[in-house]
Design a protein around this ligand. Structure first.
Ligand SMILES: C[S@@+](CC[C@H](N)C(=O)[O-])C[C@H]1O[C@@H](n2cnc3c(N)ncnc32)[C@H](O)[C@@H]1O
Length: 329
């Protein structure tokens, strides 16, 4: 719906520079950027699936701005600190309009209110449950800039917008506490976030290699600081596409369970299918999930043995699956 709002804004007075680059911050793979000239757009995203999507469409992509831009579009993420940091970053590198687009459910109205307190905001275009406004010029938002990774205790650092940025997720902690001593020599932490599960798993001397697979570049940068053990290999990858060179003994995961604001077990089910393909025939999967999310059928489709393990509570359950089933050709 970004596309509809952009088109209306361009018809209604938003002027883009004729031949300068346009920075597009944090679009999702459903963001329609067609009203913008694709060859002038520079996609700035820390999300690997979004990067892969836009790269496949021929866009230039990076995880951070490079040089200066004639305009910027910020596709507002739901996390408020991250949203503010992106607006500040856009203002820092842009000589023309800074456009902000987002859904009401992602906080666009409060972003507009906060920007209006500091700058003249043009528009807004109200359409399709969202708003788009722009500032030209945008002021400095120095107090909104993203600071360095923050310490949250136990020697862990996180950054705004990453999963469980304020502290260890109780479900992940329960999973780490319940893991058996024997996980095998090769472990994969799928959707590793800022590295909590991997660091706890590495308490076992028998692990020779642990692969941390994470789509969010910012979370992975935190994991690099949190998991410095030489046995850890970190990959900025889409868990649904990445596969290890050699099959693993164990996959650990607290899979993502949201698409936007809605709980959506489809992504978790896709993680289960991907995990099964990463494991040896004798391999095992340990996962934690919100109790109301039905993953058991997906587990039974991909593993010969599935059981709930002790250690869960009314909010979440620990699931253990063994012996991945190979798909018949
Ligand atoms: C519920 S969090 C768990 C994070 C971490 N394992 C923990 O326990 O604290 C799920 C993680 O999966 C990541 N993620 C989401 N989609 C992904 C994908 N397609 N590939 C890899 N990671 C993904 C998210 O960025 C997030 O860090």
């Amino acid at each position: 719906m970004t596309g509809i709002r952009l088109s209306l804004a361009l018809e209604g007075g938003l002027a883009l520079p004729a031949s300068a680059r346009i920075a597009v911050f944090a679009p999702t793979d459903s963001s329609d950027l067609s009203p913008l000239p694709a060859d002038m757009c520079h996609i700035i995203t820390t999300d690997k699936p979004a990067r892969d999507h836009f790269a496949a469409l021929g866009y230039t992509c990076n995880t951070a701005p490079e040089g200066r831009y004639g305009a910027a579009l910020v596709c507002l993420p739901r996390a408020k600190d991250l949203a503010r940091a992106l607006i500040a970053q856009a203002a820092d590198v842009t000589d023309g309009p800074v456009i902000v687009d987002g859904l009401k459910t992602d906080g666009i109205e409060s972003a507009l209110k906060a920007c209006r307190a500091r700058a003249t905001c043009e528009g807004p275009v109200n359409k399709a449950h969202g708003k788009l406004f722009w500032m030209n010029p945008a002021p400095e938002f120095s107090d909104w800039r993203q600071g360095p990774p923050q310490e949250i205790g136990d020697g862990f650092v996180t950054a705004p917008g990453v999963f469980s940025a304020d502290g260890i997720d109780p479900a992940s902690r329960a999973l780490a506490d319940a893991l058996p001593e024997k996980l095998g020599a090769h472990v994969i932490d799928l959707g590793a976030g800022w590295g909590y599960l991997a660091r706890r798993a590495l308490e076992r001397d028998a692990i020779r290699q642990i692969d941390l697979i994470e789509a969010d570049h910012t979370a992975l940068s935190c994991a690099r600081l949190n998991v410095t053990d030489a046995r850890a290999q970190l990959y900025w990858e889409d868990a649904l596409r990445w596969r290890p060179d050699t099959a693993a003994d164990t996959v650990l995961m607290n899979p993502p369970f949201h698409t936007g604001r809605k709980a959506d077990p489809a992504l978790g089910r896709a993680f289960i299918a991907a995990a099964a393909e990463m494991l040896k025939p004798s391999g095992q999967l340990w996962m934690v999930a919100n109790r109301h999310l039905a993953y058991e059928r997906a587990l039974a489709e991909h593993f010969a043995e599935v059981a709930e393990a002790p250690g869960g509570d009314t909010r979440f359950k620990l699931l253990h699956a063994r012996r991945p089933l190979r798909k018949k050709r």
